[in-house]
Design a protein around this ligand. Structure first.
Ligand SMILES: [Zn+2]
Length: 502
């Protein structure tokens, strides 16, 4: 019989090994998305398959699990962090231990193949070539969800994976509330006919100057250069290995400088969360953001609520003028503010404005629900996608590249992820309301000093990592239950002002 000290030691040593495998695979995924040549895909897929098999064996190893159980059985004899690590590890174990090892490994290999097939399909507007991969991923996702929770609706299990506690019922209610507030607002804007001048954005902005802007924005976002880096990819994302290695990515378009500008602020928002996790849990499985909803609440808070505010534009405008004097000749901060807040139904989610964004998410949410309750077949996705874009956003989808193939999520097996973008936006609006009561935030933003805001969020959210469940964490930060009406009120006030609606 091992003593509790032995169990703790064994448990921690094994966690360190699991972390190392995760680290190696994470670097490979980062490499795959940034610089890997296409022909390496097969070898990388095989290596990832072997590494994930080894990781799976570590996670399901008997001695590791019995050490973990000893800890869970003696909560009074272990410190709080170790106990919390054991609880989180147990939750993770329950999710994967029900999957036979060969199926688990095969799923990793299939995912790499699907991701590569999707990249080609998107490039060639060829949904048919991606379809068999997508069908396989959906089938596997369904099977794994049922291994884990045989009696639960599959889509609820998937939602819970990205935002613990979120169910279809809550998400339905949330989206209904958001949609009924946004649709009339969007219609009023379209009826009113006014649109800001955006012509100065639609001209060439040299890429080397855009890269310089990225470096400047990373400074504004307080990103420590010793602990962060920025890569270039097709679809920007952030990845973290510990709080000492957080990598953001962006994509530059010569004729749309605002695209990379806001990608950088968005991804830097994700990074800020990771960079401010408490040191004591930095290398622990607790040392990362708690859920995708909370993560997106931070990225979208900095991107939209701060980054698209007039005080923020005023604070960075001298730098914009310095980098792009010819392009911004005669442009004022106010004109820039109006232009980057132009609200107009469009085709591409990642380029969507703050107001119509949630409708893009709703399209994906409705389709995912149907894919997993069996009422929609993958082969009918393009048609269903185009129909919902017509219905929700009033736009005609010209081809699958600008439609169903635009996002990478499904090709990575991430089903149930999208709602977290909208939930996160709503979290952000409620955080703003609370922050405004306690902090003169717009005065800080105007002088380009985001530190007090980051300190406020670190104290209430970042430092905890995964120590609290998302619901408890956010209720603690809000000082109240989650209430989506903060989000609809925030958008109504902002866009009524921008579009002179009474
Ligand atoms: Zn994000």
């Amino acid at each position: 019989m091992n003593s509790i000290e032995d169990s703790i030691r064994l448990f921690k040593e094994q966690l360190e090994k699991i972390r190392a495998y995760g680290h190696a695979m994470g670097i490979m995924y980062y490499d795959m998305e940034t610089v890997m040549p296409p022909a390496a895909a097969e070898l990388v897929g095989d290596t990832l398959g072997l590494l994930s098999e080894a990781e799976y064996r570590l996670q399901t190893d008997e001695s590791f699990l019995s050490a973990m159980n000893e800890i869970l059985l003696h909560p009074d004899e272990v410190d709080e962090i170790t106990l919390c690590e054991a609880k989180r590890t147990n939750e993770e174990r329950e999710r994967i231990a029900c999957i036979p090892v060969d199926e688990y490994v095969q799923a990793q290999i299939d995912q790499t193949a699907a991701f590569n097939a999707w990249q080609k399909a998107k490039l060639n507007n060829d949904f048919a070539s991606f379809l068999p991969h997508l069908e396989k991923l959906i089938e596997t996702t369904k099977r794994f969800a049922l291994y884990y929770k045989p009696d639960a609706p599959v889509y609820d299990t998937l939602l819970d994976q990205y935002e613990k506690g979120l169910t279809t019922e809550t998400a339905d209610r949330f989206f209904l509330q958001v949609r009924s507030a946004l649709v009339p607002l969007i219609e009023a804007i379209q009826k009113n006919g006014y649109q800001p001048d955006t012509s100065f954005l639609d001209q060439p902005y040299p890429l080397d100057k855009q890269r310089e802007l990225t470096r400047y924005l990373m400074q504004v976002m307080r990103m420590d250069p010793e602990r962060t880096a920025c890569g270039e990819v097709e679809h920007p994302f952030t990845t973290d290995f510990t709080k000492n290695d957080v990598r953001i990515t962006t994509h530059y378009y010569e004729n749309a400088m605002q695209s990379s500008m806001y990608s950088v602020i968005h991804e830097a928002g994700h990074a800020t969360y990771e960079l401010n996790i408490a040191d004591e849990i930095a290398r622990s499985p607790l040392g990362t953001g708690v859920s995708m909803g909370v993560h997106e609440s931070q990225s979208r808070f900095y991107e939209n609520i701060i980054g698209r505010s007039e005080p923020f534009i005023e604070s960075i405008f001298p730098k914009l003028k310095e980098l792009f004097p010819a392009q911004l000749e005669g442009v004022t901060p106010h004109m820039f503010y109006l232009a980057v807040n132009k609200a107009e139904p469009s085709l591409i989610r990642t380029e969507a404005d703050e107001l119509t964004y949630a409708l893009h998410v709703m399209v994906r949410y409705e389709l995912e629900k149907k894919l997993f309750d069996g009422s929609l077949k993958a082969c009918d996705l393009p048609e269903a996608w185009n129909k919902l874009y017509r219905e929700y956003l009033g736009v005609e989808v010209p081809d699958d590249t600008h439609g169903v193939l635009q996002d990478s999520h499904w090709s990575g097996g991430s089903f149930g992820y999208f709602p977290s973008y909208a939930i996160g936006s709503a979290y952000g609006a409620q955080l703003l309301a609370k922050m405004e009561q306690e902090l003169d935030i717009w005065a800080f933003v105007k002088e380009g000093n985001l530190q007090p805001i980051m300190d406020w969020l670190t104290e209430r959210i970042y430092r905890y990592g995964c120590r609290l469940d998302p619901k408890d964490l956010m209720e603690q930060a809000f000082g109240a239950p989650f209430d989506p009406s903060y989000y609809t009120k925030y958008l109504t006030a902002k866009f009524s002002g921008l579009y002179h609606l009474s």
